[in-house]
Write a protein that binds this ligand. Structure first.
Ligand code: SDX
Length: 392
């Protein structure tokens, strides 16, 4: 019934997919930010430096880093009126719902002081978003707990500041644990960008229409929330909890292979990686380190490790090249740090803001006009309204 109308495969999709920011080689399991391997950045850099690198294309000199730190410190507060938006949400609202709403609302606060044709204004908008995300995300958690919002403390580094805004309580001084802070900073580095995934492509499409950068990032947050994308870290923990013990792993593997069962191994598989996701290896190591450092044991870690071992020996996963992705261990690490499950994707969004704003900036430097992906039409061919039908 559905004949193909003229579809010219020669039509180029008018989505500008050219980018110099991140390179992924899925077969080799390689991830480069502006040419630097993710493993080296996770080992030797920090998130603020990586955010600078993604935005500007080069590692900052000491002077550039000092100025960037100063700018982040100057822009990391939320306007008191923005905080009133939180009161419109139910206490049990998912933090991602709050972040979509509040980040989108920032458009109303900066539209009159920002001309996106001006490179200075564009750069300031990008810095504002990176700087404000920690307070914005933490406020969605403290609000849900009925606790007062906490403000940034510029004597702390970026990750420690986020932690104190999340977990600090007014009656006590919060002293960030350096091992946990470093692990959180590494999580931010690993999640900062990943070329043109669903949420980054959402930001790029919105940016191509000339939309306000705050509205573009709000669109990216909405796209990241889905369980097939950034929401997978929360879904992995729910899956591991449901599996409950290593004895139940074979049943879970069987369900994941059963085409009649919608169950998939969350945290496994990737549209590009057909080899190990280099990020999942680093996160597993950090999960072990933080659990040992805190003297905690998480039975889910052993279930996850055993599940990976068994799956990677199973023909179904081998022939489909399905490996653990960035989300497979991140929930275990975040839980060890004290994050509630509904904050996992909010942490992902906080980190990915660095990549999203870098892609937004990159698109502003080109003038390729609005993106308009081509469709493959498979609907009905031309037909006419039936003469016998009485006109409405
Ligand atoms: C992220 O794009 C990015 O870069 C995303 C991200 C980023 O940094 O931005 O890396 C972050 O989103 C990581 C992915 C998180 N999502 C999950 O972990 C959800 C579980 N994974 C699957 O839903 C799936 O693997 C996707 C969505 C990630 C990829 O889906 P694809 O590309 O459709 O998978 P595919 O077509 O390559 O699958 C090939 C086969 C299929 O079976 P057959 O039809 O060939 O028989 O593998 C099967 C799939 O059914 N398959 C799985 C599976 N993933 C794929 N089977 C069981 N469990 C899985 N997890």
């Amino acid at each position: 019934r559905h004949g193909l109308l003229a579809y010219d495969p020669g039509f180029r999709s008018t989505a500008s997919t050219k980018s110099a920011i991140t390179f992924v080689d899925g077969d080799k399991g390689m991830l480069l930010y502006r040419g630097y391997p993710i493993e080296e950045l996770a080992e030797r850099s920090d998130f603020v430096e990586v955010a600078y690198l993604l935005m500007n294309g080069e590692l900052p000199t000491p002077a550039q880093r000092a100025e960037f730190d100063l700018l982040i410190g100057q822009h990391n507060l939320l306007h008191e009126q923005v905080l009133s938006f939180y009161r419109g949400f139910r206490r049990d609202a998912h933090p991602m719902a709050v972040m979509v709403g509040v980040v989108g609302a920032l458009s109303a606060f900066y539209h009159d002081v920002m001309d996106i044709r001006n490179p200075e204004d564009r750069s300031r908008a990008a810095v504002r978003l990176i700087a404000k995300m920690p307070m914005l995300a933490a406020a969605s958690y403290t609000y849900s707990m009925g606790r007062p919002v906490r403000y940034p403390n510029n004597r702390l580094d970026y990750a420690s500041n986020f932690q104190q805004m999340m977990f600090g309580i007014p009656s006590e001084e919060y002293v960030p644990d350096p091992v946990v802070a470093r692990a959180l900073d590494i999580i931010f580095i690993l999640h900062a960008d990943h070329e043109q995934n669903a949420s980054t492509s959402t930001v790029r499409l919105a940016a191509s229409s000339g939309a306000n950068p705050f509205a573009c990032i709000a669109a990216g947050i909405a796209s990241l929330w889905g369980p097939a994308h950034g929401g997978a870290n929360e879904a992995v923990l729910k899956m591991l909890t449901d599996i409950g013990s290593v004895d139940n792993i074979p049943k879970a593997i069987a369900r994941a292979k059963d085409k009649n069962d919608p169950f998939r191994l969350m945290g496994f598989g990737h549209r590009i990686y057909k080899n190990f996701d280099p990020r999942s290896r680093v996160i597993q190591g950090q999960a072990r380190k933080v659990l040992a450092h805190l003297g905690k044991k998480d039975p889910l870690l052993e279930i996850a490790v055993r599940l990976e071992e068994i799956a990677l020996q199973d023909e179904y996963f081998i022939e489909r090249k399905l490996y653990p992705n960035v989300d497979f261990y991140s929930g275990i690490l975040l839980r060890a740090m004290g994050f509630p499950m509904n904050m996992f994707t909010a942490v992902f969004a906080l980190a990915r803001t660095a990549g999203w704003v870098s892609h937004w900036l990159e698109l502003q430097q080109e003038s390729h006009g609005i993106d308009r992906p081509r469709q493959l039409y498979v609907g009905p061919t031309l037909r006419h309204y039936p003469a016998e039908r009485a006109p409405r």
